[in-house]
Design a binder for this molecule. Structure first.
Ligand SMILES: [Zn+2]
Length: 136
């Protein structure tokens, strides 16, 4: 679904998002949904090389080198590409979590926690549906 040639994904209307995304992508990216644990296609996906792009706009979000097996049921990374994501406090569902969004198109990607491995100590817990793997 990535259309990286799109000039300004941040300007898309809700209707345009519905057209360009599948129902599942729309639910997660635009309505801050979460895919079921261990259901995502990238949970056990540990390539040596490549990058993960935003399913909404094609921006490179994570490098394959930063992906690790967290056991949490979603793809996990210890770092995001610089300035590719934004983080905000999310207090929904009675929890205090830090939400991760694509900096380019403002799509919801997942959450980031402080229990990741070195060197960052971060765990970016990201929905597979929100990403597309690119082998480069
Ligand atoms: Zn995006």
């Amino acid at each position: 679904m990535s259309e990286s040639s799109d000039p300004d994904p941040a300007a898309l209307t809700d209707e345009e998002w519905r057209e360009r995304l599948t129902d599942e992508e729309y639910r997660i990216l635009r309505e801050s949904g979460t895919e079921a644990r261990f259901s995502g296609e990238y949970v056990d996906h540990l390539p040596d090389d490549g990058e993960y792009r935003c399913a909404g706009c094609g921006t490179v979000l994570f490098d394959a080198e930063t992906k690790y097996e967290s056991g949490c049921g979603w793809p996990a990374f210890y770092a995001a590409e610089e300035e590719s994501v934004t983080t905000t406090l999310d207090t929904s569902h009675g929890m205090r979590r830090t939400e991760v969004r694509c900096a380019s198109c403002d799509s919801h990607l997942g959450h980031v926690f402080d229990d990741g491995p070195e060197p960052t100590g971060k765990r970016f817990c990201i929905n597979s549906v929100a990403m597309e793997f690119d082998e480069q």
